[in-house]
Ligand binder design. Structure first.
Ligand code: CO
Length: 217
């Protein structure tokens, strides 16, 4: 076996031991069940780790990550995660978490060619085109990137709310909300984008609101 990966095995051993030392029941408890109250939908970016950012242990947050934290209407992967989280795990909150300075969003804004992933990022370009007037009014590219990060989260929150999973959940009055956040790499803080949806009525209102506010721009 290659020695390059040995540090990872060492880390794993240390992690396992220190967890059991500080909490002897840790793994036994997790084995019995996972009962997370939250689903995190975030970017694959290595600097945006779900559990650490919101201070949760294993077992406390169900996680789905992809490039630029997208929820595409026909993405069976994301939809399966959402369905399992809402219907089986019964999470109460779905957190769609983008991050300022997202490489995927930046590439989409700049029409940068990166290969196959361009097709995936086309969805972010759809967001950019929808809000072109708003973005063009901003003073510089840095502001446009951060604004598009927020607008992208806003649209993905809407995409979650328009899935059959959320529509069905709300129709049977299940308590589950969708929220939009944006994480800042420079200080590790999360900004609430105030697009929380608790029911179909609020989802409809957000859908009809074509005047989004910016928070971290
Ligand atoms: Co990113």
């Amino acid at each position: 076996m290659t020695h390059e990966l040995q540090p990872l095995f060492d880390n794993n051993q240390n992690w396992s031991v220190s967890n059991q030392q500080s909490d002897p029941d840790f793994f036994r408890r997790l084995l019995k069940q996972q009962a997370p109250r939250y689903l995190w939908i975030g970017c694959s970016d290595s600097r945006v780790p779900a559990n650490q950012i919101i201070g949760l242990d294993p077992g406390e947050v169900f996680v789905h990550r992809n490039v630029a934290n997208l929820v595409v209407h026909t993405d069976l992967n994301a939809l399966s995660v959402i369905q399992y989280a809402v219907e089986v795990l019964q999470v109460e909150h779905i957190l769609v978490v983008g991050h300022y300075g997202c490489g995927g969003v930046t590439a989409a804004l700049r029409n940068k060619q990166l290969g196959l992933v361009d097709n995936w990022l086309r969805h972010v370009q759809d967001v950019r085109e929808r809000y072109a007037a708003l973005l063009d009014a901003l003073p510089d590219e840095a502001a446009r990137i951060n604004a598009l990060c927020e607008l992208n989260v806003r649209d993905q929150v809407q995409n979650v709310s328009r899935s059959s999973v959320l529509r069905d959940a709300w129709a049977r009055r299940q308590r589950v909300a969708v929220h939009g956040w944006c994480y800042r790499l420079t200080d590790g803080l999360v900004t609430d984008l105030h697009v929380s949806l608790h029911n179909q009525h609020e989802a409809q209102a957000l859908q009809e609101d074509d005047n989004p506010r910016f928070f971290g721009v």
